[in-house]
Design a protein around this ligand. Structure first.
Ligand code: DOR
Ligand code: ZN
Length: 371
């Protein structure tokens, strides 16, 4: 399905003989396996960006208050669908926010009924709206057993919250302290190591996948493929590049590039697009999150192209995620063309709040369209 055309016939119009499309790359429509939509006016503003590019998205449950019940997930899903533009087809896949008090019965029923696609583990206080997260993994042993028995995927924010651990080490330390024991103690549990940012995480996930394909996967964001930690301080502090897990050294960015562009099964697309109002980012204590939805596929295409791996983009964006989740792949296609354009720097939410887009200061090298 993946095709790169260099001055060739337009494959969508084989009868239109000499339509030339310089550097157009056609792939099955992608899915985004990690998004934050928020709620209210912010949600209405950001949902269309994701829905235009992606057929499905795993929706994070870290609202205030978080999505901890079947009813909350059902009604949130309804609000998201109401914000999807009429002309696009988009399916939000809902997740349950795990707490120390999660009811395994309700979770299991929600999974069986198709309300929940997965459950999300936030270590308490690791990131935005995670105060009600899990204080210690031992608190949810029964829930994890149930997930393992049901085949329900566990999505993990993989950072320790120990204030004594350097913020740049929190993912690597999490592997040792939490992820490795978790994988050992629940050998059949399907786990996604979300938004990996280190070579340690890449190696860990690849090794688990090699032992048992399909039991572990990892999402990789577009921004972690493009920036390292030095970029956050390029010429001054850049709050719009601050997210959690924070970008690491260049060697880690290169490891993420190699993992994503390998096209290998355990690695799939998850933007972690996380909008915050500009005022909440550009302040004395700014929120974590990069809003990448408007430019997601354009930036992924650029990263893969820079590494001469465009042929692996479809596996990463459109095939490996559905394989992990046991879902069908999408049948429609999208086109990425090598055409330079300005990204839109900011978008405006109904309350007058502005949200700054990733790549807002840069030129996009690729253009996205439906085939
Ligand atoms: O940077 C982040 N922003 N990381 C997260 O884990 C949460 C997210 C958010 O919700 O803003
Ligand atoms: Zn996230």
């Amino acid at each position: 399905m993946s095709t790169t055309e260099n001055h060739k016939l337009d494959i969508r119009r084989p009868d239109a003989h000499v339509i030339r499309r310089p550097d157009a790359h056609v792939i099955r429509r992608p899915d985004d396996w990690h998004v934050h939509f928020r709620d209210g006016g912010m949600m209405e503003t950001v949902v269309p960006y994701t829905a235009r590019q992606f057929a499905r998205a795993i929706v994070m449950p870290n609202l205030a208050p978080p999505v901890t019940t079947v009813n909350a997930a059902r009604s949130y899903r309804g609000r998201i669908l109401a914000a999807v533009p009429e002309e696009v087809r988009f399916e939000p896949l809902m997740t349950l926010y795990l707490t120390d008090d999660t009811d395994a019965e309700e979770m299991s029923a929600g999974f069986r009924d198709g309300v929940f696609t997965a459950a999300k583990l936030y270590p308490a206080n690791a990131t935005t709206n995670s105060a009600s997260g899990v204080s210690d993994i031992s608190q949810i042993a029964g829930v994890l057993e149930r997930m393992q028995a049901d085949g329900m995927p566990l999505l993990v924010h993989g950072e320790v919250t120990d204030p004594a651990v350097d913020v740049f080490d929190r993912e690597a330390v999490f592997i040792e302290r939490v992820m490795a024991p978790l994988v050992r103690n629940f050998p059949e549990l399907k786990i996604v190591f979300e938004h990996v940012t280190t070579s340690e995480a890449v190696d860990f996930v690849r090794a688990r996948y090699d032992e048992a394909p399909g039991r572990m996967g990892a999402t990789i964001t577009a921004h972690h493929l493009m920036i390292n930690r030095t970029d956050i301080f390029r010429g001054g502090i850049r709050p719009h590049l601050y997210c959690l897990p924070i970008a690491k050294r260049e060697q880690h960015r290169l490891a993420l590039r190699a993992a994503a562009t390998s096209g290998d099964g355990p690695f799939f697309l998850g933007t972690d697009t996380a909008p915050h109002a500009v005022a909440a980012k550009e302040t004395g204590c700014g929120c974590a999150g990069v809003f990448s939805a408007p430019v997601a596929m354009q930036v992924y295409a650029q990263a893969f192209d820079e590494d001469n791996k465009l042929d692996a983009l479809e596996a990463f964006a459109s095939l490996n995620g559905p394989a992990f989740y046991g879902l069908d792949v999408n049948t429609d296609t999208v086109t990425l063309e090598r055409v330079e354009s300005e990204a839109r720097r900011r978008v405006l939410a109904p309350g007058g709040e502005e949200i700054e887009s990733f790549f807002g200061d840069d030129k996009l090298q690729w253009r996205f369209s439906h085939s």
